[in-house]
Design a protein around this ligand. Structure first.
Ligand SMILES: NC(=O)c1ccc[n+]([C@@H]2O[C@H](COP(=O)([O-])OP(=O)(O)OC[C@H]3O[C@@H](n4cnc5c(N)ncnc54)[C@H](OP(=O)(O)O)[C@@H]3O)[C@@H](O)[C@H]2O)c1
Length: 252
Protein backbone atom coordinates (compact mmCIF):
# COMPACT_ATOMS: atom_id res chain seq x y z
CA UNK A 1 0.00 0.00 0.00
CA UNK A 2 1.41 3.44 -0.93
CA UNK A 3 2.35 5.44 2.08
CA UNK A 4 -0.12 8.28 1.22
CA UNK A 5 -3.01 5.74 1.07
CA UNK A 6 -2.09 4.53 4.55
CA UNK A 7 -1.87 8.12 5.79
CA UNK A 8 -5.24 8.97 4.17
CA UNK A 9 -6.85 5.97 5.87
CA UNK A 10 -5.26 6.90 9.17
CA UNK A 11 -6.41 10.52 8.78
CA UNK A 12 -9.93 9.33 7.91
CA UNK A 13 -9.83 7.06 10.95
CA UNK A 14 -8.79 9.97 13.12
CA UNK A 15 -11.50 12.15 11.59
CA UNK A 16 -14.14 9.48 12.24
CA UNK A 17 -12.80 8.99 15.74
CA UNK A 18 -12.80 12.77 16.20
CA UNK A 19 -16.32 13.02 14.80
CA UNK A 20 -17.51 10.23 17.09
CA UNK A 21 -15.83 12.04 19.96
CA UNK A 22 -17.60 15.30 19.10
CA UNK A 23 -20.91 13.43 18.78
CA UNK A 24 -20.30 11.67 22.09
CA UNK A 25 -19.43 15.00 23.73
CA UNK A 26 -22.63 16.56 22.34
CA UNK A 27 -24.68 13.61 23.61
CA UNK A 28 -22.94 13.69 26.98
CA UNK A 29 -23.40 17.42 27.49
CA UNK A 30 -26.98 17.24 28.84
CA UNK A 31 -25.92 14.45 31.21
CA UNK A 32 -22.95 16.52 32.31
CA UNK A 33 -25.29 19.44 32.94
CA UNK A 34 -27.57 17.17 34.96
CA UNK A 35 -24.61 15.76 36.92
CA UNK A 36 -23.34 19.31 37.54
CA UNK A 37 -26.80 20.39 38.68
CA UNK A 38 -26.90 17.40 41.05
CA UNK A 39 -23.46 18.35 42.41
CA UNK A 40 -24.49 21.99 42.77
CA UNK A 41 -27.70 21.06 44.54
CA UNK A 42 -25.61 18.85 46.82
CA UNK A 43 -23.50 21.93 47.59
CA UNK A 44 -25.95 24.66 48.52
CA UNK A 45 -24.93 28.27 47.97
CA UNK A 46 -24.29 30.09 51.21
CA UNK A 47 -24.81 33.76 52.03
CA UNK A 48 -22.77 34.98 55.00
CA UNK A 49 -24.21 37.86 57.03
CA UNK A 50 -21.43 39.20 59.22
CA UNK A 51 -18.11 38.28 57.61
CA UNK A 52 -15.96 39.03 60.63
CA UNK A 53 -13.94 36.59 62.73
CA UNK A 54 -16.54 33.82 62.84
CA UNK A 55 -18.36 34.39 59.53
CA UNK A 56 -15.09 34.77 57.65
CA UNK A 57 -13.65 31.60 59.18
CA UNK A 58 -16.64 29.25 58.82
CA UNK A 59 -17.47 30.68 55.37
CA UNK A 60 -13.88 29.99 54.33
CA UNK A 61 -14.21 26.35 55.42
CA UNK A 62 -17.32 26.00 53.22
CA UNK A 63 -15.49 27.51 50.25
CA UNK A 64 -12.74 24.92 50.77
CA UNK A 65 -15.43 22.23 50.74
CA UNK A 66 -16.64 23.46 47.33
CA UNK A 67 -19.60 25.65 48.28
CA UNK A 68 -20.19 28.91 46.46
CA UNK A 69 -20.19 31.52 49.24
CA UNK A 70 -21.14 35.20 49.15
CA UNK A 71 -19.58 37.08 52.08
CA UNK A 72 -21.52 40.21 52.91
CA UNK A 73 -20.82 43.44 54.69
CA UNK A 74 -22.34 46.88 54.96
CA UNK A 75 -19.02 47.85 53.33
CA UNK A 76 -18.40 45.08 50.77
CA UNK A 77 -15.21 46.74 49.47
CA UNK A 78 -13.56 45.83 52.74
CA UNK A 79 -13.96 42.12 51.92
CA UNK A 80 -11.81 42.20 48.77
CA UNK A 81 -8.76 40.60 50.39
CA UNK A 82 -10.82 37.91 52.12
CA UNK A 83 -12.51 36.73 48.92
CA UNK A 84 -9.39 37.09 46.78
CA UNK A 85 -7.59 34.75 49.15
CA UNK A 86 -10.35 32.14 48.93
CA UNK A 87 -10.55 31.82 45.14
CA UNK A 88 -13.35 31.77 42.56
CA UNK A 89 -16.07 30.21 44.74
CA UNK A 90 -15.96 33.22 47.07
CA UNK A 91 -17.45 36.61 46.31
CA UNK A 92 -18.34 39.74 48.25
CA UNK A 93 -21.54 41.75 48.32
CA UNK A 94 -24.14 43.54 50.35
CA UNK A 95 -26.35 41.92 52.97
CA UNK A 96 -29.28 42.01 50.51
CA UNK A 97 -27.16 40.25 47.88
CA UNK A 98 -26.11 37.56 50.37
CA UNK A 99 -29.73 36.86 51.28
CA UNK A 100 -30.69 36.67 47.62
CA UNK A 101 -27.68 34.46 46.75
CA UNK A 102 -27.82 31.97 49.59
CA UNK A 103 -29.88 28.79 49.62
CA UNK A 104 -28.68 28.89 53.20
CA UNK A 105 -27.71 31.93 55.27
CA UNK A 106 -25.10 31.98 58.00
CA UNK A 107 -25.58 34.83 60.47
CA UNK A 108 -22.61 35.89 62.62
CA UNK A 109 -23.29 39.45 63.77
CA UNK A 110 -23.45 41.00 67.26
CA UNK A 111 -26.70 39.64 68.75
CA UNK A 112 -28.04 43.16 69.23
CA UNK A 113 -28.12 43.57 65.41
CA UNK A 114 -30.62 40.69 64.91
CA UNK A 115 -33.85 42.70 65.47
CA UNK A 116 -32.74 45.29 62.88
CA UNK A 117 -31.78 42.56 60.39
CA UNK A 118 -35.14 40.90 60.91
CA UNK A 119 -36.98 44.18 60.28
CA UNK A 120 -34.92 45.27 57.26
CA UNK A 121 -35.03 41.92 55.47
CA UNK A 122 -38.25 40.36 56.77
CA UNK A 123 -39.61 39.40 53.33
CA UNK A 124 -36.27 38.21 51.95
CA UNK A 125 -35.49 35.81 54.81
CA UNK A 126 -38.98 34.29 54.97
CA UNK A 127 -38.68 30.56 54.27
CA UNK A 128 -34.86 30.63 54.15
CA UNK A 129 -32.74 28.25 56.16
CA UNK A 130 -30.82 30.51 58.55
CA UNK A 131 -27.90 29.18 60.58
CA UNK A 132 -27.58 31.47 63.59
CA UNK A 133 -24.25 31.53 65.43
CA UNK A 134 -24.76 34.78 67.34
CA UNK A 135 -24.25 34.95 71.10
CA UNK A 136 -25.90 37.50 73.34
CA UNK A 137 -23.41 39.37 75.52
CA UNK A 138 -24.91 41.97 77.88
CA UNK A 139 -21.91 44.32 77.70
CA UNK A 140 -22.10 44.45 73.91
CA UNK A 141 -25.74 43.71 73.09
CA UNK A 142 -27.61 45.39 75.96
CA UNK A 143 -31.10 44.46 77.15
CA UNK A 144 -31.68 41.74 74.55
CA UNK A 145 -29.19 39.62 76.52
CA UNK A 146 -31.71 39.58 79.43
CA UNK A 147 -34.44 38.39 77.10
CA UNK A 148 -32.14 35.60 75.89
CA UNK A 149 -31.43 34.64 79.49
CA UNK A 150 -35.17 34.54 80.27
CA UNK A 151 -36.55 32.84 77.16
CA UNK A 152 -33.60 30.94 75.71
CA UNK A 153 -31.53 31.97 72.70
CA UNK A 154 -33.15 29.77 70.03
CA UNK A 155 -36.65 31.02 70.79
CA UNK A 156 -35.42 34.63 70.94
CA UNK A 157 -33.57 34.45 67.60
CA UNK A 158 -36.66 32.96 65.97
CA UNK A 159 -38.75 35.81 67.35
CA UNK A 160 -36.48 38.39 65.71
CA UNK A 161 -36.06 36.48 62.42
CA UNK A 162 -39.69 35.38 61.98
CA UNK A 163 -40.58 33.07 59.12
CA UNK A 164 -37.00 31.83 58.72
CA UNK A 165 -36.14 28.16 59.18
CA UNK A 166 -33.79 28.91 62.01
CA UNK A 167 -31.07 26.59 63.29
CA UNK A 168 -28.65 27.38 66.13
CA UNK A 169 -25.11 26.22 65.33
CA UNK A 170 -21.40 27.19 65.48
CA UNK A 171 -21.90 29.43 68.54
CA UNK A 172 -20.09 27.47 71.23
CA UNK A 173 -16.38 27.81 70.42
CA UNK A 174 -13.91 30.45 69.28
CA UNK A 175 -13.30 30.91 65.56
CA UNK A 176 -9.63 30.13 66.29
CA UNK A 177 -10.66 26.64 67.45
CA UNK A 178 -12.89 26.13 64.39
CA UNK A 179 -10.00 27.21 62.15
CA UNK A 180 -7.53 24.91 63.89
CA UNK A 181 -9.68 21.81 64.38
CA UNK A 182 -11.58 21.63 61.07
CA UNK A 183 -11.10 18.29 59.30
CA UNK A 184 -8.96 16.92 62.11
CA UNK A 185 -8.57 13.13 62.14
CA UNK A 186 -11.36 11.21 63.90
CA UNK A 187 -12.81 11.82 66.33
CA UNK A 188 -13.82 15.12 64.79
CA UNK A 189 -14.68 18.15 66.91
CA UNK A 190 -18.39 18.14 67.89
CA UNK A 191 -20.63 21.06 66.95
CA UNK A 192 -24.05 21.20 68.64
CA UNK A 193 -27.08 21.95 66.46
CA UNK A 194 -30.72 22.72 67.36
CA UNK A 195 -33.79 23.68 65.37
CA UNK A 196 -37.53 23.17 65.00
CA UNK A 197 -37.50 22.58 61.23
CA UNK A 198 -36.23 19.03 60.60
CA UNK A 199 -35.17 19.69 57.01
CA UNK A 200 -33.26 22.82 58.03
CA UNK A 201 -31.55 20.84 60.81
CA UNK A 202 -30.58 18.17 58.26
CA UNK A 203 -29.09 20.85 55.97
CA UNK A 204 -27.23 22.43 58.91
CA UNK A 205 -25.83 19.06 60.01
CA UNK A 206 -24.57 18.38 56.47
CA UNK A 207 -22.90 21.80 56.40
CA UNK A 208 -21.25 21.15 59.77
CA UNK A 209 -19.79 17.96 58.26
CA UNK A 210 -18.69 19.80 55.11
CA UNK A 211 -16.85 22.33 57.27
CA UNK A 212 -14.97 19.45 58.91
CA UNK A 213 -16.80 18.79 62.19
CA UNK A 214 -19.28 16.29 63.65
CA UNK A 215 -22.82 17.61 64.24
CA UNK A 216 -24.60 16.70 67.46
CA UNK A 217 -28.33 17.41 67.22
CA UNK A 218 -29.34 18.55 70.69
CA UNK A 219 -33.03 19.11 69.96
CA UNK A 220 -35.44 21.92 69.11
CA UNK A 221 -34.88 25.66 69.35
CA UNK A 222 -36.00 25.58 72.98
CA UNK A 223 -33.13 23.15 73.64
CA UNK A 224 -30.56 25.55 72.14
CA UNK A 225 -30.42 27.07 75.60
CA UNK A 226 -28.43 23.98 76.64
CA UNK A 227 -25.50 25.23 74.56
CA UNK A 228 -25.94 28.99 74.80
CA UNK A 229 -23.43 31.03 76.84
CA UNK A 230 -23.46 29.66 80.37
CA UNK A 231 -25.14 26.40 79.34
CA UNK A 232 -23.51 22.98 79.83
CA UNK A 233 -22.79 22.54 76.11
CA UNK A 234 -21.12 25.94 75.70
CA UNK A 235 -17.35 26.13 75.26
CA UNK A 236 -16.96 22.35 75.09
CA UNK A 237 -14.14 21.32 72.78
CA UNK A 238 -14.78 17.59 72.61
CA UNK A 239 -15.81 14.67 70.42
CA UNK A 240 -19.43 13.94 69.53
CA UNK A 241 -19.51 10.94 71.89
CA UNK A 242 -18.22 13.10 74.76
CA UNK A 243 -20.67 15.93 74.03
CA UNK A 244 -23.59 13.49 73.86
CA UNK A 245 -22.58 12.11 77.23
CA UNK A 246 -22.14 15.59 78.69
CA UNK A 247 -25.66 16.56 77.55
CA UNK A 248 -27.19 13.15 78.41
CA UNK A 249 -28.19 12.56 74.80
CA UNK A 250 -28.69 9.05 73.46
CA UNK A 251 -25.58 7.70 71.70
CA UNK A 252 -25.88 8.03 67.91
N1 LIG B 1 -15.59 35.33 67.34
C1 LIG B 1 -15.88 34.09 67.76
O1 LIG B 1 -14.98 33.26 67.97
C2 LIG B 1 -17.32 33.69 67.94
C3 LIG B 1 -17.60 32.35 68.25
C4 LIG B 1 -18.93 31.95 68.41
C5 LIG B 1 -19.95 32.89 68.24
N2 LIG B 1 -19.64 34.18 67.95
C6 LIG B 1 -20.73 35.14 67.76
O2 LIG B 1 -20.78 35.44 66.38
C7 LIG B 1 -21.14 36.80 66.19
C8 LIG B 1 -20.04 37.50 65.39
O3 LIG B 1 -18.84 37.48 66.15
P1 LIG B 1 -17.44 37.91 65.48
O4 LIG B 1 -16.42 37.72 66.51
O5 LIG B 1 -17.28 37.24 64.16
O6 LIG B 1 -17.68 39.46 65.29
P2 LIG B 1 -16.94 40.47 64.31
O7 LIG B 1 -15.60 39.94 63.94
O8 LIG B 1 -17.04 41.79 64.93
O9 LIG B 1 -17.86 40.42 63.01
C9 LIG B 1 -19.20 40.76 63.08
C10 LIG B 1 -19.63 41.28 61.74
O10 LIG B 1 -21.01 41.62 61.86
C11 LIG B 1 -21.26 42.67 60.93
N3 LIG B 1 -22.33 43.51 61.48
C12 LIG B 1 -22.33 44.22 62.61
N4 LIG B 1 -23.51 44.84 62.77
C13 LIG B 1 -24.26 44.51 61.69
C14 LIG B 1 -25.55 44.84 61.25
N5 LIG B 1 -26.34 45.67 61.97
N6 LIG B 1 -26.01 44.32 60.09
C15 LIG B 1 -25.22 43.50 59.35
N7 LIG B 1 -23.97 43.16 59.72
C16 LIG B 1 -23.50 43.66 60.87
C17 LIG B 1 -19.98 43.46 60.76
O11 LIG B 1 -19.80 43.60 59.38
P3 LIG B 1 -19.73 45.01 58.63
O12 LIG B 1 -19.39 46.06 59.65
O13 LIG B 1 -18.64 44.78 57.64
O14 LIG B 1 -21.06 45.17 58.01
C18 LIG B 1 -18.89 42.53 61.31
O15 LIG B 1 -17.94 42.16 60.35
C19 LIG B 1 -21.36 37.39 67.58
O16 LIG B 1 -22.72 37.30 67.92
C20 LIG B 1 -20.53 36.47 68.47
O17 LIG B 1 -21.00 36.44 69.80
C21 LIG B 1 -18.36 34.61 67.78
Amino acid sequence: MPEHAFLDRRRRGLLVAGGTGVLAMALLRPWRALAQAATDSARPRIGIIGSGHLGGTVGGLWVKAGHPVLFSSRHPDELKDLVAGLGPLARAGTVAQAIDFGDVLFVAVPYGALPQLGRDYSDAIRGKTVLDACNAVAARDGAIADEVERNGIGVTSQKYLPGSRLVRVFNTLSYTIFAREAMRPDPRLAVPVAGDDLEAVRVAAALVRDAGFEPVVVGKLADARRFQRGGPGYGQSMSAAELRQKLSLAPS
